[in-house]
Design a protein around this ligand. Structure first.
Ligand SMILES: Nc1ncnc2c1ncn2[C@@H]1O[C@H](COP(=O)(O)OP(=O)(O)OP(=O)(O)O)[C@@H](O)[C@H]1O
Ligand SMILES: [Mg+2]
Length: 384
């Protein structure tokens, strides 16, 4: 097995998917009992991996709809309808039944939708052009419900990057249509997720918003150390015939702060160094691997940071030195040369971007340790 399979940087699948036992059980129960879920976690914490692992294990029909690049209501409508086509195509084997039930369903509602087949297995759904977007989404979902009911099946719709919907003009109407359907559906269970926790919480937990209290909120934390320890030991034995010392594993856990993606990323570098340098597995080797990782990521991180303004960069530079409680204090104002209002504004926007978070003690810190150390190693002069 290649190291990339042991430590994937895309989805964590199969044996590389570790821990998350309670979260998986919780999600499973929600699906079984028809409770919709809002899954919250910082970027790259394993939201997609968790959902897809649970769904694969359940052998349930599902579709993943990613709204990342949707900039118009029409593109959201199309993504959702393509997703519905996909579920119907995989869940219902007898395609002539789909066409029959389409005739009945659309006949009753007096809508002139085109339901067809592409290559015998793929169902295509084409709404009437003049209907509005939210109405089309609702109709397509209702057709899915009817089709699933006739087939005696249930399905899951996993909508990722859901916060993107607020950027389209018809946002409220689309959210209203989803709510209207989801509240009554007996066949379709929704899982919503996304990378901006602040925006998602506003969408789902504000009583003035259409999706208010539709979902059970599930927040993903870090994966417990014992799972990583056992996994790293197992992989070291299997791939390098090495007994990985505990202090080396602890150093991997400490430097990566158990940020899920960064931990696997660091492991990849440790494995490469072990293989190419033939040095022994010790703490220094892990630190070398971490520096190499920061160095190789620095360019893309600097590029990513270039979209932030001066106050935001200053706050991140300040936080890269240590996590901090008194960010609007005089000391912070002097260190950053920013007013307390500018600091609050920058903190707010950085939280919205999910770059920083505030822990239970009220201390802010940068979520991704590689971003933090890149700023710390290379960009100290931001504070000058
Ligand atoms: N259960 C897991 N066990 C081990 N590593 C994991 C697990 N889940 C995720 N990871 C690591 O975290 C990385 C990110 O996972 P994933 O893409 O599922 O996260 P995400 O929260 O959906 O990210 P994004 O915010 O980009 O959508 C994976 O590439 C993998 O390295
Ligand atoms: Mg994801």
């Amino acid at each position: 097995m290649a190291y990339d399979n042991y430590f994937p940087l895309g989805l964590a699948k199969g044996k590389a998917f570790i821990g998350r036992i309670e979260d998986a059980e919780w999600l499973n129960k929600n699906i079984d009992t028809g409770i919709h879920t809002l899954l919250l976690a910082p970027r790259r914490y394993g939201k997609s991996s968790l959902v897809l692992n649970v769904l694969e294990n359940k052998k349930l029909d599902y579709v993943e709809i990613d709204l990342q690049l949707c900039r118009s209501g029409k593109s959201v409508e199309m993504k959702i309808i393509r997703g519905i086509e996909q579920i119907i195509s995989t869940a219902i084997k007898e395609k002539d039944k789909v066409i029959q039930s389409a005739k009945r369903f659309f006949g009753k509602s007096k809508k002139q939708w085109d339901i067809g087949l592409k290559g015998l297995v793929h169902v295509t759904i084409e709404p009437e052009k003049h209907d509005d977007i939210a109405e089309n989404i609702l109709t397509a979902l209702q057709f899915l419900e009817v089709s699933l009911k006739e087939a005696g099946k249930k399905a899951v719709i996993f909508i990722d990057e859901m916060q993107e919907i607020i950027n389209v003009n018809e946002s409220d109407e689309i959210q209203g249509a989803i709510r209207h359907f989801a509240q009554k559906s007996e066949r379709v269970i929704f899982i919503f997720s996304g990378s901006s926790r602040r925006l998602l919480q506003q969408m789902f937990n504000d009583n003035a918003k259409p999706l208010y209290q539709l979902c059970d909120n599930v927040t993903l934390g870090k994966i417990e150390p014992r799972y990583y320890t056992a996994y790293i030991k197992k992989v070291a034995k299997q791939s390098l015939d090495l007994i990985m010392p505990n202090d080396v594993i602890n150093e991997i856990l400490t430097l990566s702060e158990r940020h899920p993606r960064r931990l696997y990323h660091l492991c990849l570098y440790v494995w490469r160094l072990l293989e190419t340098t033939k040095k022994k597995a010790d703490i220094t080797l892990v630190q070398d691997a971490w520096h190499k990782l920061i160095f190789s990521e620095a360019k893309s991180i600097r590029y990513f940071l270039s979209k932030f303004n001066n106050s935001q960069l200053k706050i991140m530079a300040y936080l890269s030195l240590e996590s901090n409680k008194g960010l609007t204090s005089k000391e912070a104002q002097v260190a950053t040369n920013l007013s307390s209002t500018a600091i609050s504004k920058a903190l707010n926007s950085l939280e919205e971007e999910d770059l920083i978070e505030c822990d239970e003690d009220g201390a802010y810190h940068i979520i991704d340790p590689v971003i933090r150390d890149t700023i710390n190693f290379y960009e100290k002069e931001i504070l000058a």
